[in-house]
Design a protein around this ligand. Structure first.
Ligand code: PLP
Length: 389
């Protein structure tokens, strides 16, 4: 176990991320094999879905093979089509945009807040037109967007809210789980997230009207799920759909992680808080900015980032860390600046904060098994760089 980190990596090298193995993954996979169902929708999928419903207060959860799949399902459920407009940040992962672009919708990018790097709720309303069908808030770093304002705007204009809560499993906004606040929510269990199954995700259904259709879309547009519950005597093609169901092996792996959720949460918070405590003096000296969490948000320690005073300093610090064997990374390249974003001709004129922050942001290694010495080394390399002149 952990051979990629502890044996094969040079002892000098600190990875950006290393997947956490909770311990009972292989046990649950063996049980799934013995139970004799390997395709999706079996006992382990239901166990995971029920766990997520019970622990995170979700109305209904459907496991998917990725958060990308859940976003695509959400776009289909909301009947997004050509001519419709979708409001989203440009500072996000490509899947947030792809899901809607695939349906022919026009992407309308709104700038982010400088403090949380989440969509700026005060700029949403002016982006709304009669063609707007949905707002897609992305909870960056597992810190909630200003959901009260966003939901209020959506209600007043009768448009849907689809949360990209890929990074926000076990994060809360006013004590409600991210992903459970909008019409639909999307979670990720990709290996880079807090709770993992290699690839994996879930669609959170907060509005009962969507449940039956969601099951059909996930099962290639058929009522196969109903058939297996004995609610219909044959199954057939009902509407457009695709294959978004994860295998039982994936669900069995995920279940082992969910069982250990408290330990995972606690450990990640320990790593996060240690960065916070030791880097705070640098922030007080005005040398760097650390993540900020609004009072109504409780984050899940998904990510620890620095905002450097300039793009050139960010790049220099990245190189300094790399030369010390520390794998920090930057992201995102704003979608409106990407080749595809340019090809779609999306309006890029009013996103100064997105452009600024994406050039000044640096993410530090943060994972369950990160050793205290590795964290100290990372912190000391940052101190050395920032205090050098
Ligand atoms: C990781 C991530 C996704 C995609 O998740 P997958 O499970 O890999 O499809 C989507 N949006 C955001 C904001 C993410 O961080």
């Amino acid at each position: 176990m952990n051979s990629r980190y502890s044996d094969n990596m040079s002892p000098e090298s600190i990875p950006f991320n290393y997947p956490y193995i909770a311990g009972k993954e292989l046990y649950h996979i063996a049980r799934a094999v013995m139970e004799g169902q390997l395709a999706g929708g079996g006992p382990y999928s239901r166990r995971c879905e029920e766990w997520l419903e019970d622990h995170l207060g979700a109305h209904r959860v459907l496991l998917t093979h990725s958060c990308t799949a859940a976003l695509e399902m959400a776009a289909m459920l909301c009947d997004i089509g050509p001519g419709d407009e979708i409001i989203l940040p440009s500072f996000t992962f490509v899947s947030t945009a792809n899901a809607f672009a695939l349906r022919g919708a026009k992407l309308v990018f709104v700038d982010i807040r400088p403090d949380t790097l989440n969509i700026d709720e005060n700029q949403i309303e002016e982006a709304i037109t009669p063609k707007t069908k949905a707002i897609v808030p992305v909870h960056y770093a597992g810190v909630g967007c200003e959901m009260d304002s966003i939901l209020d705007i959506a209600n007043r204009h009768a448009i849907r809210v689809i949360e990209d809560a890929a990074q926000g499993v076990c994060s809360y906004y006013n004590n409600r789980s991210l992903g459970t606040l909008g019409t639909l929510g999307c979670w990720s269990f990709h290996e880079t997230k807090n709770f993992i199954s290699g690839e994996g995700g879930a669609l959170v259904i907060n509005s009962p009207e969507f449940f039956e259709r969601a099951e059909i879309i996930r099962e290639k547009g058929t009522d196969r799920s109903k058939f297996f519950r004995g609610e219909t005597d044959k199954y057939t093609w009902i509407e457009l759909g695709s294959s978004y169901v994860p295998s039982e092996l994936t669900a069995a792996f995920l279940f082992a992680q969910l069982e250990m959720s408290e330990e995972i949460n606690n450990r990640r918070h320990t790593v996060f808080n240690y960065y916070q405590k030791r880097l705070q003096p640098l922030e007080e000296e005005g040398l760097v900015r650390l993540p900020s969490t609004p009072q109504e948000c409780q984050h899940n320690a998904h990510m620890f980032y620095l905002i450097l005073p300039s793009a050139s300093m960010r790049n220099e610090l990245l190189n300094h860390l790399k030369s010390n064997g520390i794998n920090a990374v930057f992201h995102y390249i704003p979608l409106h600046e990407s080749p595809m974003g340019q090809k779609l001709g999306t309006d890029s004129s009013r996103l100064p904060v997105t452009e600024e922050m994406s050039r000044r942001l640096l993410r530090l290694p943060l994972f369950y098994g990160m050793k205290p010495e590795a964290q100290d080394r990372t912190i000391e390399a940052i101190q050395e760089f920032l205090r050098s002149d």
